[in-house]
Design a protein around this ligand. Structure first.
Ligand SMILES: Nc1ncnc2c1ncn2[C@@H]1O[C@H](COP(=O)(O)OP(=O)(O)OP(=O)(O)O)[C@@H](O)[C@H]1O
Ligand SMILES: O=C(O)[C@@H](O)C(=O)CO
Length: 425
């Protein structure tokens, strides 16, 4: 297999978002969980998205895992590697976007790296280096209350400079709008000053197409699904990849019981849970009991098992920013987050033992914990449920045939859970 594009995603929902974008743009794509084992049978593809769970771990570990993924991808012929980060630039001043970018840049010897989290289809745009989420700057968006990495600065030139060893410059929208050559010239100017990374403005998909053309000439880029779209279109338009038709289905029906798990506390997910209450039984977990080790996962399974024969169920830990802050102040942010993620993994494991083969998971960290526990090595990409969220068919899972949907916290419409299950047959 010779890859036209290699991708390293810093969480599992982000990886399926990117795999969805690449597939829709005509690239045959698989999503792997971690660096694939040598015996994992992969189909002939144009792009591999290696999913890591590296967004919120210690920076040194994020660097070493990303590097292992890069080595694997380049070993399969990938000239260009995209480091996929969140479209809301989720990170802390200690990392991990900057440290991973610095290392991958040094490894491939790039003078300067294009960086943009813009993803206009989901309302993420970058102007004068400032990231907007819909109509508001990042620091006024719900991301200011994120449980693990609250975002308080919308100026990405500043944010990335605090995390990176290199100086960070800007390629502004006027330059991007002018032409690919103008972007090339601006990058050369910045690189000439010793600047190693350039936050790049983008508001429309056509901006990302220009950025993608230039990025594809480099060895490394950093961004969200928008730059993935730009790179994919560039690979197709320059004839490096022959466009495949986007998958129109997910293969044979899987059937059997279905369930949803929500660990995301985003506003979008809270609304989706409220909506689901009207159409399926919903159990709200008690985070205090989880952190105290009070058998909350077993309670959830005892609640869910007898209901599965009648239709889907939803189990949620999700809570308002105030309730999350209260739990975190009592137990610490990481300890609370980790305990809740592990409880979600326990519940997922128990649900699969009870016969569930169609599973929707909301939240990147939550999805990471669940997919790891279910020992799923990879996914084929099926139909799109909502922007950034495809139906995934598990490859090589211990439980056999399974369909999953891994939803980024902020993605999906109000009826997301029933929309997803409606497409997962
Ligand atoms: N009630 C709660 N109190 C405190 N923390 C919680 C609670 N419910 C969930 N969490 C934790 O909040 C974090 C949510 O992160 P997760 O990545 O799953 O969702 P997200 O950030 O909204 O999604 P994404 O990363 O896809 O945007 C997890 O660590 C989860 O365990
Ligand atoms: O880019 C996004 O917003 C998503 O793919 C994601 O990474 C959320 O975890």
């Amino acid at each position: 297999m010779t890859l036209a594009l290699g991708c390293i995603a810093d969480d599992y929902t982000g990886a399926s978002d990117l795999a969805n974008t690449l597939t829709r743009a005509g690239l045959r794509t698989v999503q792997t969980i971690g660096v694939p084992a040598d015996d994992l049978a992969l189909p002939e593809v144009d792009a591999v998205v290696v999913s890591l769970k590296s967004r919120s771990i210690e920076a040194g570990l994020a660097v070493s895992r990303s590097r292992a993924a890069e080595t694997w991808l380049r070993g399969r012929g990938a000239r260009h590697v995209l480091f996929k980060i969140c479209s809301t630039f989720d990170s802390t001043d200690a990392g991990n976007i900057g440290p991973v970018m610095d290392t991958l840049r040094a490894d491939c010897g790039e003078a300067i790296v294009l960086v943009t989290p813009a993803f206009p289809e989901t309302g993420r745009t970058v102007y004068q280096g400032n990231l907007f989420v819909g109509a508001v700057p990042l620091n006024e968006s719900p991301l200011k209350d994120h449980p693990l990495n609250p975002m308080h600065d919308s100026n990405l030139v500043r944010v990335l400079a605090r995390q990176s060893k290199t100086q960070v410059g800007l390629v502004d929208l006027a330059t991007v709008t002018r032409s690919a050559d103008a972007v090339r010239a601006r990058l050369a100017e910045l690189a000439g000053k010793g600047i190693g990374a350039a936050i790049t403005d983008a508001v429309f998909d056509r901006d990302l197409e220009t950025i993608g053309l230039v990025a594809a000439e480099h060895r490394l880029s950093v961004g969200a699904s928008g730059i993935g779209l730009g790179l994919a279109r560039a690979l197709v338009s320059t004839g490096k990849v022959k466009a495949a038709s986007a998958s129109s289905g997910t293969g044979a029906a899987v059937g059997g019981p279905s369930a949803c798990l929500a660990g995301s506390c985003s506003q979008a997910t809270l609304q989706q849970i409220a909506n689901a209450e009207r159409v399926m039984p919903v159990l709200h977990l008690d985070p205090e009991q989880i952190v105290a080790g009070g058998g909350e996962a077993q309670r959830a399974l005892a609640w869910a098992r007898p209901r599965l024969a009648d239709g889907p169920v939803l189990v949620a830990s999700s809570a308002t920013p105030e309730a999350v802050a209260a739990v975190q102040s009592r137990h610490g942010r990481d300890a609370a987050g980790h305990a809740i993620e592990q409880a979600m993994a326990d519940i997922a494991e128990g649900l699969v033992q009870a016969g569930v083969r169609r599973l929707v998971v909301a939240g990147g960290e939550t999805s990471g914990a669940v997919v790891d526990r279910l020992k799923i090595p990879g996914f084929l990409v099926g139909v799109e449920i909502a922007a950034g969220v495809p139906v995934l068919r598990a490859v090589g899972a211990e439980a056999g045939e399974m369909l999953l949907a891994l939803k980024s916290g902020n993605f999906g419409g109000p009826a997301f859970f029933s929309d997803a299950l409606g497409l997962m047959r």
